[in-house]
Design a protein around this ligand. Structure first.
Ligand code: ADP
Ligand code: GLC
Length: 486
């Protein structure tokens, strides 16, 4: 039975994306819409969104609406925009005072107000559109007050929200959106101080994500293994006890991959398509990437690729010694793409300076280069400290680019360590968060790469994996059905 789903997110690919949240918001909602559900997706109209050529228009009856967040008064308007190459239209919440800023996230003092406004705007619009959602699905700390708003601020509107169940997805527990208890008034109107977590308040803070964990009808996270890890003190970043208290209401659903976007047989960004039956194009892409980056031709030299937010989570610390050592002693090439913390950027730039023609780092964001690296590299490096799901290792598998991952979170759920004796497995998986382990993993990859039949088997095993949204989407549908009884 088709369900009415209100979906709220800070990011939505290709309009606004800093990482996997954008990819997953877009792919999941597109999948659900294709399955016939009635989706209303709310995303901020971020200042830096690329909307040239996108079909969009104002929603006439939802213009210049008042919005209160605590004592702050805003006005917002709604636009609707068609997701390119689909029939799905989403809503962009246009509130320049809050969203016309240079970046999607910042450490501005009103960061919590911006995203409370987005979350409230979704409720207000549902009311004015006469859309009574079966499910209110919110994501990460930004929209984490949705379950509490449903139970308190909007509970009076039984006609609209009386039957609504809330789902909250944790994409990354490392970011909880904590702000000062001095700003408690901003959670209102309709949510009194007594509804907030009292111990946190006493300690002078408010933790949006904790409220979602406590109040959502279901809490999902983006891999089964991460669902286990976040219930432990090491992985829970202070929310493990609240998560354990929710029992079966916490579930892990492994993200899918949008194979319309990430598929070497059709990829619009790569010059040479290829697939399981003929890998010639992969070699040509390697040459094309090296040319593009003005690196000397090296068709037989292993190319290690990396695409990452440069944050501690991504395990860059493990590479500080290992990558220079590898480049100094072995015949390899390295191409990195990413941006983030300045000291990691400096490290990556330093590699390029020390090893000209052998290592290249592109600082910034480039969708095109990301696809090229997946298509061109032999080995993909993802040594994360923690990884709720991770998408690039799944893209790598499809592109025949052997992933090196640490056994954590969704990486452990999506890559199996290869065994040359049995020919089973899809990548190289190491356990310990130390440089010895990552050094071992790289040495192992280079050794196997030297044996063409073994390597070919490993590459093809990966390319045969299927992480399409059909499976993940069906799990979300089942969850929605269980919650709503529909
Ligand atoms: P996270 O969400 O923690 O950053 P994921 O692996 O889930 O990690 O998703 C990262 C997504 O962001 C992938 O689609 C990846 O290709 C993309 N990405 C990350 N950094 C860049 C960049 N600098 N340029 C282009 N794409 C990037
Ligand atoms: C987060 C996680 C990443 C996950 C993504 C999408 O940003 O860090 O592991 O794949 O969200 O769910």
């Amino acid at each position: 039975m088709p369900l009415r789903v209100c979906f709220v997110s800070a990011e939505y690919s290709p309009f606004a994306k800093t990482g996997g949240l954008g990819d997953v918001s877009a792919a999941l909602t597109r999948h659900l819409a294709r399955r016939g559900h009635d989706l209303r997706v709310f995303v901020p109209l971020h200042g830096q969104m690329e909307l040239a050529g996108v079909d969009r228009h104002p929603v006439e009856f939802l213009q210049s609406l008042p919005l209160r967040v605590g004592q702050h008064e805003f006005r917002f308007s709604l636009q609707t925009a068609r997701v390119p190459d689909t029939q799905l239209w989403i809503y962009l919440v246009d509130c320049p005072a809050l969203f016309d800023r240079p970046r999607i996230y910042s450490d501005a003092p009103d960061e919590h107000v911006r995203y409370l406004a987005l979350t409230r705007a979704a409720f207000e619009c549902c009311q004015r559109m006469g859309f009574a959602p079966d499910v209110m699905h919110s994501n990460d700390w930004h929209t984490a007050f949705a379950p509490l708003l449903l139970r308190h601020a909007y509970a009076w509107d039984r006609q609209m929200f009386g039957g609504t169940r809330s789902v909250f997805t944790i994409h990354n527990i490392g970011y909880q959106g904590v702000f000062s208890a001095a700003q408690a008034g901003d959670v209102g109107p309709g949510i009194g101080i007594e509804a907030l977590h009292q111990l946190d308040l006493g300690a002078g803070r408010i933790n949006p994500m904790r409220h979602a964990v406590i109040y959502a009808d279901a809490v999902t996270t983006v891999s089964p293994n991460y669902a286990v890890e976040i219930r432990t003190p090491e992985g829970g970043y202070g929310l493990d006890a609240d998560l354990r208290a929710r029992g079966d209401a916490v579930v892990g659903i492994l993200n899918g991959v949008d194979y319309d976007e990430w598929n070497p047989t059709t990829d619009r960004y790569i010059p040479h398509h290829y697939g399981l039956d003929d890998l010639t194009g992969k070699l040509l892409n390697k040459q094309a990437l090296l040319d593009l980056l003005r690196m000397p031709a090296a068709p037989n030299t292993p190319l290690v690729g990396m695409i990452s937010r440069l944050a501690r989570q991504k395990g860059i610390d493990l590479l500080l010694d290992v990558l220079p050592e590898l480049l100094a002693t072995r015949e390899v090439r390295f191409v990195g793409l990413g941006s983030g913390e300045p000291h990691y950027e400096r490290f990556m730039h330093g590699l390029q300076e020390r090893f000209p023609g052998r290592a290249t780092f592109y600082s910034g964001y480039s969708e095109e280069l990301a696809h090229m690296i997946e298509a061109a590299a032999d080995i993909f490096l993802m040594p994360s400290l923690y990884e709720p799901c991770g998408l690039n290792q799944m893209y790598s598998l499809k592109y025949g680019t052997v992933p090196i991952v640490r056994r954590t979170g969704g990486l452990a759920d999506s890559v199996q360590h290869f065994d040359p004796a049995t020919g089973q497995g899809t990548g190289i998986v190491f356990n310990d968060f130390d440089s010895g382990a990552v050094r071992w993993a790289l040495d192992t990859a280079l050794e196997w790469q030297g044996w063409p039949t073994v390597w070919r088997r490993l590459v093809l095993n990966g390319m045969r994996q299927d992480f399409s949204w059909d499976r993940a989407g069906a799990e979300y549908e089942r969850l929605y059905q269980q919650l709503t009884g529909k």
